[in-house]
Design a protein around this ligand. Structure first.
Ligand SMILES: C[S@@+](CC[C@H](N)C(=O)[O-])C[C@H]1O[C@@H](n2cnc3c(N)ncnc32)[C@H](O)[C@@H]1O
Length: 234
Protein backbone atom coordinates (compact mmCIF):
# COMPACT_ATOMS: atom_id res chain seq x y z
CA UNK A 1 0.00 0.00 0.00
CA UNK A 2 1.60 3.31 -1.02
CA UNK A 3 0.46 6.33 0.93
CA UNK A 4 1.43 9.20 -1.32
CA UNK A 5 0.11 11.78 1.05
CA UNK A 6 2.91 14.26 1.48
CA UNK A 7 5.42 14.49 -1.35
CA UNK A 8 8.34 16.71 -0.34
CA UNK A 9 10.92 17.76 -2.92
CA UNK A 10 14.12 15.75 -2.55
CA UNK A 11 17.51 17.47 -2.32
CA UNK A 12 19.15 18.66 -5.57
CA UNK A 13 20.38 15.12 -6.25
CA UNK A 14 18.63 13.06 -8.89
CA UNK A 15 17.73 10.13 -6.66
CA UNK A 16 16.13 8.20 -9.50
CA UNK A 17 19.44 8.26 -11.32
CA UNK A 18 21.24 7.37 -8.11
CA UNK A 19 19.15 4.20 -7.95
CA UNK A 20 20.40 3.26 -11.44
CA UNK A 21 23.81 2.73 -9.86
CA UNK A 22 22.50 -0.53 -8.41
CA UNK A 23 22.45 -1.76 -12.01
CA UNK A 24 25.76 -0.27 -13.14
CA UNK A 25 27.99 -0.59 -10.07
CA UNK A 26 29.41 -3.84 -8.66
CA UNK A 27 30.18 -1.96 -5.45
CA UNK A 28 26.53 -1.04 -5.05
CA UNK A 29 25.50 -4.62 -5.69
CA UNK A 30 27.93 -5.71 -2.95
CA UNK A 31 26.41 -3.10 -0.62
CA UNK A 32 22.91 -4.32 -1.45
CA UNK A 33 23.80 -7.97 -0.81
CA UNK A 34 25.45 -7.03 2.47
CA UNK A 35 22.45 -5.04 3.68
CA UNK A 36 20.10 -7.83 2.64
CA UNK A 37 22.12 -10.47 4.48
CA UNK A 38 22.09 -8.33 7.64
CA UNK A 39 18.32 -7.86 7.33
CA UNK A 40 17.82 -11.63 6.94
CA UNK A 41 20.04 -12.28 9.99
CA UNK A 42 18.07 -9.76 12.06
CA UNK A 43 14.80 -11.43 11.10
CA UNK A 44 16.26 -14.89 11.77
CA UNK A 45 17.23 -13.78 15.28
CA UNK A 46 14.13 -11.73 16.12
CA UNK A 47 12.21 -13.04 19.14
CA UNK A 48 8.82 -14.64 18.45
CA UNK A 49 5.94 -12.24 17.76
CA UNK A 50 5.57 -9.08 15.74
CA UNK A 51 8.72 -7.67 14.15
CA UNK A 52 8.49 -3.99 13.23
CA UNK A 53 10.94 -2.71 10.64
CA UNK A 54 11.48 0.96 9.80
CA UNK A 55 13.45 2.15 6.80
CA UNK A 56 14.59 5.78 6.94
CA UNK A 57 14.90 7.37 3.48
CA UNK A 58 13.97 4.00 2.02
CA UNK A 59 14.42 4.69 -1.68
CA UNK A 60 12.48 2.07 -3.66
CA UNK A 61 12.81 -0.54 -0.92
CA UNK A 62 14.96 -2.92 -2.92
CA UNK A 63 17.04 -3.85 0.12
CA UNK A 64 14.19 -4.82 2.41
CA UNK A 65 11.35 -6.03 0.22
CA UNK A 66 13.04 -8.98 -1.56
CA UNK A 67 14.22 -10.28 1.82
CA UNK A 68 10.74 -9.99 3.33
CA UNK A 69 9.20 -11.70 0.32
CA UNK A 70 11.06 -14.95 0.95
CA UNK A 71 11.74 -14.85 4.68
CA UNK A 72 9.99 -17.40 6.94
CA UNK A 73 9.11 -14.61 9.41
CA UNK A 74 7.37 -12.47 6.78
CA UNK A 75 3.96 -13.02 8.36
CA UNK A 76 5.24 -11.46 11.59
CA UNK A 77 6.67 -8.35 9.97
CA UNK A 78 5.15 -4.88 9.92
CA UNK A 79 7.47 -2.69 7.85
CA UNK A 80 7.25 1.06 7.30
CA UNK A 81 9.31 2.62 4.52
CA UNK A 82 9.63 6.40 4.64
CA UNK A 83 10.70 8.00 1.38
CA UNK A 84 9.86 11.49 0.17
CA UNK A 85 10.47 11.06 -3.57
CA UNK A 86 7.03 10.33 -5.03
CA UNK A 87 8.31 8.17 -7.90
CA UNK A 88 10.53 6.06 -5.64
CA UNK A 89 7.78 5.75 -3.04
CA UNK A 90 5.38 4.63 -5.77
CA UNK A 91 7.92 2.06 -6.97
CA UNK A 92 8.23 0.73 -3.44
CA UNK A 93 4.46 0.55 -3.20
CA UNK A 94 4.30 -1.47 -6.42
CA UNK A 95 7.08 -3.77 -5.19
CA UNK A 96 5.12 -4.37 -1.98
CA UNK A 97 2.02 -5.29 -3.96
CA UNK A 98 3.97 -7.50 -6.39
CA UNK A 99 5.54 -9.38 -3.49
CA UNK A 100 2.16 -9.97 -1.84
CA UNK A 101 3.28 -7.95 1.18
CA UNK A 102 0.44 -5.41 1.42
CA UNK A 103 -0.51 -6.67 4.89
CA UNK A 104 3.07 -6.48 6.07
CA UNK A 105 4.65 -3.39 4.55
CA UNK A 106 3.63 0.18 3.74
CA UNK A 107 5.28 3.23 2.25
CA UNK A 108 4.89 6.69 3.70
CA UNK A 109 5.77 9.27 1.07
CA UNK A 110 6.87 11.75 3.67
CA UNK A 111 9.76 13.62 5.20
CA UNK A 112 11.83 11.19 7.27
CA UNK A 113 13.46 14.04 9.18
CA UNK A 114 10.13 15.24 10.58
CA UNK A 115 9.24 13.66 13.94
CA UNK A 116 5.54 13.87 13.03
CA UNK A 117 6.14 11.35 10.23
CA UNK A 118 7.13 8.76 12.82
CA UNK A 119 4.44 9.38 15.46
CA UNK A 120 2.04 6.78 13.99
CA UNK A 121 4.89 4.28 13.48
CA UNK A 122 5.57 1.66 16.15
CA UNK A 123 9.05 1.39 17.63
CA UNK A 124 11.01 -0.91 15.39
CA UNK A 125 13.03 -4.00 16.17
CA UNK A 126 14.98 -3.46 12.96
CA UNK A 127 15.85 0.02 11.65
CA UNK A 128 17.47 0.68 8.26
CA UNK A 129 19.64 3.77 7.85
CA UNK A 130 21.03 3.05 4.41
CA UNK A 131 22.30 5.82 2.17
CA UNK A 132 21.69 8.44 4.85
CA UNK A 133 24.93 9.03 6.77
CA UNK A 134 26.73 10.32 3.66
CA UNK A 135 24.11 13.06 3.43
CA UNK A 136 24.40 14.34 6.99
CA UNK A 137 27.04 16.85 8.02
CA UNK A 138 29.43 15.91 10.81
CA UNK A 139 28.00 18.57 13.10
CA UNK A 140 24.52 17.10 12.77
CA UNK A 141 25.50 13.46 13.41
CA UNK A 142 25.06 13.62 17.23
CA UNK A 143 21.47 14.85 16.80
CA UNK A 144 20.74 12.03 14.36
CA UNK A 145 22.23 9.36 16.63
CA UNK A 146 20.40 10.72 19.69
CA UNK A 147 17.06 10.78 17.85
CA UNK A 148 17.41 7.26 16.46
CA UNK A 149 16.54 5.99 19.94
CA UNK A 150 13.02 7.36 19.43
CA UNK A 151 12.50 4.99 16.48
CA UNK A 152 13.98 1.97 18.26
CA UNK A 153 12.70 -0.63 20.66
CA UNK A 154 14.81 -2.31 23.32
CA UNK A 155 17.62 -4.30 21.70
CA UNK A 156 16.72 -3.02 18.23
CA UNK A 157 19.11 -3.78 15.43
CA UNK A 158 20.17 -0.88 13.23
CA UNK A 159 21.70 -1.47 9.80
CA UNK A 160 23.55 1.39 8.15
CA UNK A 161 25.74 2.12 5.15
CA UNK A 162 28.30 4.82 4.44
CA UNK A 163 30.17 5.46 1.20
CA UNK A 164 33.93 5.49 1.61
CA UNK A 165 34.73 8.06 -1.04
CA UNK A 166 33.27 10.91 0.97
CA UNK A 167 34.38 9.53 4.32
CA UNK A 168 37.39 11.01 6.09
CA UNK A 169 38.95 9.22 9.08
CA UNK A 170 37.66 11.90 11.52
CA UNK A 171 34.12 11.46 10.18
CA UNK A 172 34.42 7.68 10.53
CA UNK A 173 35.45 8.20 14.17
CA UNK A 174 32.48 10.52 14.69
CA UNK A 175 30.16 7.86 13.32
CA UNK A 176 31.57 5.01 15.42
CA UNK A 177 31.85 7.18 18.57
CA UNK A 178 28.45 8.78 17.93
CA UNK A 179 26.71 5.40 17.78
CA UNK A 180 28.51 4.34 20.93
CA UNK A 181 27.59 7.53 22.84
CA UNK A 182 23.96 7.02 21.83
CA UNK A 183 24.19 3.45 23.25
CA UNK A 184 24.35 1.61 19.95
CA UNK A 185 26.81 -1.25 20.25
CA UNK A 186 28.73 -2.29 17.15
CA UNK A 187 27.91 -5.89 16.23
CA UNK A 188 29.21 -6.20 12.68
CA UNK A 189 31.00 -4.06 10.14
CA UNK A 190 31.75 -5.05 6.57
CA UNK A 191 34.08 -3.45 4.09
CA UNK A 192 35.77 -5.00 1.11
CA UNK A 193 38.62 -3.79 -1.04
CA UNK A 194 37.22 -1.63 -3.85
CA UNK A 195 33.72 -2.13 -2.48
CA UNK A 196 33.60 1.60 -1.66
CA UNK A 197 31.08 1.10 1.09
CA UNK A 198 30.86 0.32 4.77
CA UNK A 199 27.89 -1.68 5.96
CA UNK A 200 27.36 -1.79 9.70
CA UNK A 201 25.05 -3.44 12.18
CA UNK A 202 24.53 -2.01 15.66
CA UNK A 203 22.37 -3.09 18.59
CA UNK A 204 20.57 -0.49 20.69
CA UNK A 205 21.25 -1.06 24.37
CA UNK A 206 19.42 1.95 25.76
CA UNK A 207 15.77 2.49 26.54
CA UNK A 208 13.43 3.81 23.86
CA UNK A 209 12.92 7.58 24.04
CA UNK A 210 10.07 9.86 22.95
CA UNK A 211 10.15 11.64 19.63
CA UNK A 212 11.05 15.31 19.96
CA UNK A 213 8.04 17.63 20.08
CA UNK A 214 9.46 19.82 17.35
CA UNK A 215 12.66 20.27 15.35
CA UNK A 216 14.02 17.90 12.73
CA UNK A 217 15.42 14.51 13.71
CA UNK A 218 18.37 15.33 11.45
CA UNK A 219 19.13 17.44 8.40
CA UNK A 220 19.46 15.60 5.10
CA UNK A 221 21.76 17.86 3.09
CA UNK A 222 22.33 15.71 0.00
CA UNK A 223 25.69 14.08 -0.78
CA UNK A 224 28.66 15.50 1.10
CA UNK A 225 31.80 16.52 -0.83
CA UNK A 226 34.37 13.83 -1.64
CA UNK A 227 37.38 13.55 0.60
CA UNK A 228 38.57 10.21 -0.73
CA UNK A 229 40.72 9.58 2.28
CA UNK A 230 39.09 6.45 3.71
CA UNK A 231 38.40 5.20 0.19
CA UNK A 232 41.96 5.44 -1.06
CA UNK A 233 43.96 2.30 -1.55
CA UNK A 234 46.56 1.69 1.08
C1 LIG B 1 21.15 7.56 -0.98
S1 LIG B 1 19.46 7.24 -1.28
C2 LIG B 1 19.23 5.78 -0.30
C3 LIG B 1 18.01 4.99 -0.68
C4 LIG B 1 17.90 3.63 0.01
N1 LIG B 1 17.91 3.74 1.44
C5 LIG B 1 19.04 2.73 -0.43
O1 LIG B 1 20.04 2.58 0.30
O2 LIG B 1 18.92 2.18 -1.55
C6 LIG B 1 18.72 8.48 -0.26
C7 LIG B 1 17.20 8.50 -0.36
O3 LIG B 1 16.70 9.43 0.60
C8 LIG B 1 15.56 10.07 0.06
N2 LIG B 1 15.35 11.29 0.85
C9 LIG B 1 16.09 12.42 0.83
N3 LIG B 1 15.64 13.29 1.76
C10 LIG B 1 14.60 12.67 2.36
C11 LIG B 1 13.70 13.06 3.41
N4 LIG B 1 13.82 14.26 4.02
N5 LIG B 1 12.73 12.21 3.76
C12 LIG B 1 12.61 11.00 3.15
N6 LIG B 1 13.42 10.56 2.17
C13 LIG B 1 14.40 11.40 1.78
C14 LIG B 1 15.93 10.29 -1.40
O4 LIG B 1 14.81 10.52 -2.20
C15 LIG B 1 16.65 8.96 -1.70
O5 LIG B 1 15.74 8.00 -2.18
Amino acid sequence: MAELNSPVPASGTDWLRWHDSYRTSAAMRWRLRSVQSYIADCLDQAPPGRVCVSSICAGDGRDLLPVLRRHPRRADVQATLVENHPTLAARAGRAIAAAGLTDHARVLCANATDPDTWRPVASAQVVLLCGVLGNVRDGDLPRLFANLAALCDRRSRLIWTRGLRTLSPPTLSRIIDGFSTARFELCRLRVRHRAQHLVGLHRYNGTPTALPVDGALFVFTGPLPQTGRCGQRA
